[in-house]
Design a protein around this ligand. Structure first.
Ligand SMILES: [Zn+2]
Length: 1183
């Protein structure tokens, strides 16, 4: 690009057809670009199956892939004709950005099949029906759109893009195409060499040097996700999360140079993106300030806006006296720490509250606006200042200058920006000899950010608005300002948290005002100089104390950015309320405004991270109300986090991060400042604990059942249903008391485990919980009505009365009652084993639940009714109940079998099984005790712990089910129970702990998808048995598949209307690999096991799918995985969480003689396997 077009055209020889033929001879010549480069067999046949190399560098794949950073101007499907004159068109996914027109095999591909530099496009014209030509000096590409409108859009976008190329080529002297290293390299699997160019942070591939010169290439590789590894004398691998490029250099020496050059490019990419990543950490900076395009890489450093490349072009057009344009990636020197801080402090959103306060919707830009609109808008915005918010002092030069001199001594940079661009003179005289200019004033008062902003605007040409417009603008700018004043009592400000009661004597009466965004306090209402002041923007938290915590009845605390704490008090509740409201209003931004309407105990801003983007923190606005944390994160809608329903709450990294684990996501709140964070942290922990002894104050599950009730019921269901006299026998009192106490402290953290807790202790804990419950399960208000209902004679009337009462219960009571009665119903269904029939249970639970003395049977009567008419009163789905009972039956049967046949050394009948680490060898054997509740993640951690293997970041250690004979393997989902898998094993299977090398890529792939679904061609083969002899026949056929959230459908071809087959996805088990005997057409195969859960006729089928490429296979696999696990494919925090949450491994294993499994292993497995036709249902959580 830095070479002019003319040079290019001179150097281009006529290409000979022969070169292309030889290049493509691996394949039929379909399209001259579409050679075998992208056939995975060619590049990536390193491993027989699903493979991604394990390197530390892959970690960066979770960072946003910078190949998507360049703003795409237009993309869509187009037909492209092969330039060699063949007759047919090929469907291509085409993307246009400011630099390149690229086309891809499909919309999922990361690497293009071809790219054309827009700087070399000389003409774009519509031709024939729906077609258009993209003309370069040497070549013409023809595309065909589907509709006339589409064609028009493409032609316009392309013309728009290429029309400005002359300006652009001057515009970016640091254009990435200044090559650092170039030459021919062989790409493994291709017969001819590729002309490879390392330029800045990218590597470009061209077929030949001639192509490079005319700007027509194959693809470019973003090096921020790359890793270079020496593999051999002359060869090396460039690995990205999407593909491995295996290069061979001409000599060993040249290889060294290539490796160096590519590593430099990686370094470049990483350091280039460093500034950008920091700037984007302020959320609003990740969208162009002018058009909203994502990931803008440019900035106008004097105007304090971050803009996209196309807008930056227009900014340059204004000239440096108006806009000083710099690249976030290339102009590294300009980005001093201060400048970065200015951009983080301000951010596009706040800056636009000034620059774009009054943009009429009709004039606003979008990422796809054309150049002409951009030019007009940007000139209006910055050259004329047409949309800006006028400063109240606008037009009054002296006042403006004065205000500027005062303001630069404070930290309010936005105000300075507003003053400067409303006319304050940056070079005005301060009248002080020691600091003659605003810049020197800022420096003297240690305001480096103010100084930075001033220094970039010493010569700025100010906006010249014309005539009438400014009158209108002034009219727009008036916004209501919070103001409030009155007397408050104040203590001296503090640098640490308040731990003791502050007596009245420690407070002094102060006149306080809140005005123009500043909270000030004065000696009295007659003083004009405040004793102190706090800018609203510096307030980070406001906490409302419970009344009478201190000497004054009502107090509140203000926390400042500079880690000071101010305590104010008053005896007047109304005044207190008014102050809290006004102050909160002054510092909470409009985006989080709904928080102000809450009766919060604490409100403010915190830094946090969540979801997949753990690289950058964002600012969140939070309010704590009771046990609910209300949050406004970044640009998202408000959300509520129910603290008592958290799965987990912990403080990590030396009290600096508060981790809130909710179902489906984890939120990390960071302690940016110590003082207010400590306050938040304590308040959140208190709010998340049990709040008292009523039902709704307990820690709750998702379904509003107290965690203690859920845990006890689950434990009894797993281990206690066959225990004779369950719930009637009493446990050991001291142990019951200790259990109750542990549940009360933090029910979430207590996991009941067989062997650790006794059945009767747990059952009595549950009973004691209900007996001691404040208000009772049936509420003190309505308890007696329930009891009198039990006396009603007419069954039907009685049942409908119970229903009425049930619906009158608070939500938590109702859910809890239903869960408990469901449980008791199940208990009495197995009364021949546990001797607890309906009547016996009612005798025990009546007085417990109604909290009566049990002298008469009234309470028992009511409970008996509820259990007996459980399905009617609670309107239970009979099918559901039947299934539940069946599951329990299987649990009981398996336990019985285990206990009688394989008595274990410990109660409960654990399995001891052989697990291998990384490879199946005698030396890698581990014998592990597998309790029924053990998950794959727990087993993995257990084995890693024993071998003392640390889990590094981005290492995906998993437990695999490997079948030697079938030549297939499957990583267990991390939450999957191991025991049932063991039960369902054939004789040739084993468990293996090893890293899941493709998981990173799977996660990245899924993260980029809105909903998990996929369609496309695969080769299908069914296992058919001949004459029941188990012999198989058939071969692989092309089929079209559609996989959505419920089912996998197979069609004979794309156009078929009816699916040939339709399987429910959740009943499929997907293994990687296909046994070689079946001669799969490619090595990217999946073996699918279908198990129907029909009780009367369980069915098992096995069939095979083959993909053309390894990427395809990975995508199908990822999609299956995501659907089957509702998107939860890997623990949010990696294995660490499981590891630390787990009880440390029982060291006794080393000494106790384990039951030898080798030898008798198969026999045991087979006998158990016969039991579990529905193995997956075993030990499933009964919820
Ligand atoms: Zn833009």
């Amino acid at each position: 690009m830095n070479t002019s077009d003319r040079d290019m055209s001179l150097q281009v020889p006529n290409r000979s057809k022969g070169r292309y033929s030889s290049l493509c001879s691996d394949d039929e010549l379909l399209d001259d670009e579409d050679n075998t480069l992208w056939q995975d067999d060619g590049i990536n046949s390193l491993q027989g199956s699903f493979y991604l190399p394990d390197t530390g560098r892959l970690a960066s794949a979770t960072k946003e892939d910078s190949s998507q950073l360049t703003a795409v101007i237009k993309m869509g499907w187009l037909d492209k004709n092969p330039p060699q004159g063949a007759l047919y068109y090929q469907r291509r996914w085409v993307k246009l950005d400011a630099d390149y027109l690229r086309y891809f095999d499909n919309d999922k591909e990361v690497y293009s099949k071809g790219l054309i530099s827009t700087a070399f496009i000389t003409n774009v014209v519509s031709v024939g029906e729906l077609k258009f030509e993209v003309v370069t000096d040497n070549r013409t590409f023809i595309f065909r759109a589907e509709t006339e409108a589409e064609r028009k859009e493409w032609v316009t976008a392309l013309q728009d893009c290429t029309g400005g190329r002359h300006r652009r080529s001057i515009m970016s002297p640091g254009s990435p195409l200044t090559p650092e290293y170039q030459g021919y390299l062989e790409l493994r699997g291709l017969r001819s060499k590729l002309y490879t160019v390392v330029a800045s942070d990218k590597v470009f591939l061209y077929k030949a040097i001639e192509d490079y010169r005319i700007g027509v290439g194959i693809t470019s590789i973003e090096m921020n996700v790359g890793n270079v590894k020496d593999t051999d004398r002359r060869s090396f691998d460039l690995t990205t999360p999407y593909r491995i490029f295996s290069f061979i250099a001409e000599s060993e020496q040249l290889k060294e140079q290539w490796v160096d050059a590519m590593r430099n490019a990686i370094g470049e990419a990483l350091s280039n993106s460093e500034v950008a990543n920091r700037i984007w950490a302020e959320p609003s900076n990740s969208l162009c300030a002018d058009c909203g395009a994502p990931k803008p890489e440019w900035a106008a450093i004097n105007l304090c806006v971050v803009v996209c490349k196309r807008c930056a072009g227009e900014h340059r057009g204004l000239g440096p006296s108006i806009s000083k344009v710099r690249s976030l990636k290339m102009d590294r020197k300009v980005w001093t720490e201060e400048l970065v801080q200015v951009f983080l402090l301000l951010g596009n959103e706040r800056v636009n509250s000034f620059w774009a306060a009054n943009v009429p919707p009709s004039e606003a830009l979008t990422p796809s606006s054309c150049s002409e609109d951009r030019r007009r808008f940007i000139a209006n915005k910055y050259r004329q200042g047409k949309y800006r918010k006028y400063h109240p002092l606008y037009g009054n030069q002296k006042e403006l200058n004065n205000a500027l001199c005062i303001n630069v001594q404070s930290s309010d940079v936005l105000e300075t920006l507003s003053l400067i661009f409303c006319g304050a003179d940056v070079n005005c005289s301060t009248g002080m000899a020691s600091c003659p200019s605003p810049l020197s004033l800022a420096n003297t008062h240690s305001q480096p950010l103010q100084a930075e902003l001033l220094s970039h605007n010493l010569n700025t040409e100010l906006p010249r608005s014309e005539g009438v417009e400014d009158m209108e603008a002034v009219h727009y700018s008036a916004t209501p300002c919070v103001s409030h004043n009155g007397f408050l009592f104040k203590t001296a400000s503090m640098a640490r948290a308040i731990t003791e009661r502050k007596a009245r004597e420690e407070f002094s009466r102060r006149w306080c005002t809140l005005n123009d965004g500043t909270f000030s306090y004065y000696e009295s209402d007659r003083n004009s100089n405040p004793n102190g002041a706090l800018k609203a923007s510096e307030i980070v938290c406001l906490a409302v104390d419970t009344s009478e915590k201190h000497g004054y009845d009502h107090t509140f605390e203000l926390y400042s950015e500079s880690e000071r704490l101010y305590l104010f008090g008053t005896d007047d509740p109304d005044s207190h309320k008014e102050w809290v409201k006004s102050i909160a209003k002054s510092f909470i931004p409009a985006s989080a405004e709904p928080l102000l309407r809450l009766g919060f105990e604490r409100i403010g801003r915190l830094k946090c991270k969540d979801g997949l983007n753990l690289q950058t923190s964002k600012v969140g606005w939070f309010a704590l109300v009771g046990s609910t944390l209300h949050a406004y994160l970044e640009n998202s809608q408000g959300e509520e986090i129910h603290l008592r329903k958290l799965n987990e709450l912990s403080i990590q990294q030396d009290n600096e991060v508060l981790v809130l684990v909710e179902r489906g996501r984890t939120l990390y709140i960071e302690g940016e400042r110590k003082l207010d964070f400590a306050g938040w942290s304590a308040a959140i922990q208190t709010a998340a604990g049990s709040g008292g002894d009523t039902l709704s104050q307990q820690q709750l599950t998702e379904t509003d059942i107290p965690v203690i009730v859920h845990s006890c019921i689950g434990y009894i269901t797993q281990c206690g249903l066959t225990s004779e006299g369950i719930y009637r026998k009493s446990g050991v009192n001291s142990r019951v008391a200790a259990l109750c106490d542990r549940f009360r402290r933090d029910a979430r953290s207590l996991r009941l485990k067989e062997g650790e807790q006794q059945v009767d202790d747990v059952s009595n804990t549950l009973k004691r919980f209900f007996r001691e419950l404040e208000e009772g399960l049936f509420t003190s208000e309505n308890g007696s009505t329930w009891l009198s209902t039990a006396a009603i004679q007419d069954e039907n009337v009685k049942i409908s009365q119970y229903k009425v009462l049930l619906n009158r219960l608070p939500r938590v009571n109702k859910a809890t009652l239903q869960a408990l009665i469901n449980h008791l119903y199940c208990v009495q269904r197995f009364s021949e084993l546990n001797q607890m029939n309906l009547h016996n249970l009612a005798i025990v639970f009546g007085p417990t639940l109604f909290q009566t003395d049990g002298k008469d049977y009234t309470a028992g009567r009511a409970i008996e009714d509820l259990i007996q008419h459980y399905t009617l009163i609670f309107e239970v789905d009979e099918q559901q109940l039947k299934k539940q009972l069946e599951e329990i039956t299987v649990i009981i049967q398996v336990r019985e079998k285990l206990n009688t046949k394989f008595p274990s050394t410990e109660p409960g009948g654990h399995f001891i099984c052989t697990v291998y680490l990384e490879e199946k060898m005698d030396t890698t054997e581990q014998h592990v005790k597998i309790p029924g509740s053990m998950t794959a993640a727990e087993l993995t951690c257990e084995v890693l712990d024993r071998r003392n293997i640390p889990v590094k970041d981005k290492e995906y250690w998993s437990c695999w089910e490997v079948s030697d004979k079938e030549e297939m393997e499957r990583p267990l989902h991390y939450q999957e129970r191991v025991l049932p898998i063991l039960h369902s094993f054939g004789t040739d299977s084993h468990l293996l702990i090893k890293k899941h090398l493709a998981m990173e890529a799977v996660i990245v792939y899924l993260a980029n998808k809105v909903d998990p679904s996929k369609h496309g061609m695969m080769k299908f083969r069914e296992e058919r048995s001949i004459l029941g002899l188990g012999l198989t026949t058939g071969s692989f056929h092309d089929r079209y598949f559609i996989l959505n959230s419920t089912s996998l459908r197979m069609y004979k071809e794309v156009r078929s209307n009816r699916p040939e087959r339709d399987w429910p996805v959740k009943n499929l088990r997907i293994y990687m690999g296909i046994k070689k005997k079946l001669r799969p057409p490619t090595c990217w195969g999946l073996t699918v096991v279908y198990e129907s859960k029909k009780q009367e006729k369980p069915e098992r089928q096995q069939w095979y799918l083959c993909c053309d490429t390894h990427t395809e296979m990975r995508e199908w696999y990822a999609t299956f995985l995501s659907i089957q696990n509702d998107g939860n494919v890997w623990p949010q925090d990696g294995l660490q969480q499981t590891r630390s949450a787990r009880v440390l491994p029982d060291t006794r294993h080393g000494n106790v003689s384990l039951i030898p499994l080798r030898g008798s292993e198969n026999e045991m497995r087979n006998s158990v396997a016969a039991f579990s036709q529905d193995a997956l249902a075993l030990f499933r959580d009964v919820r």
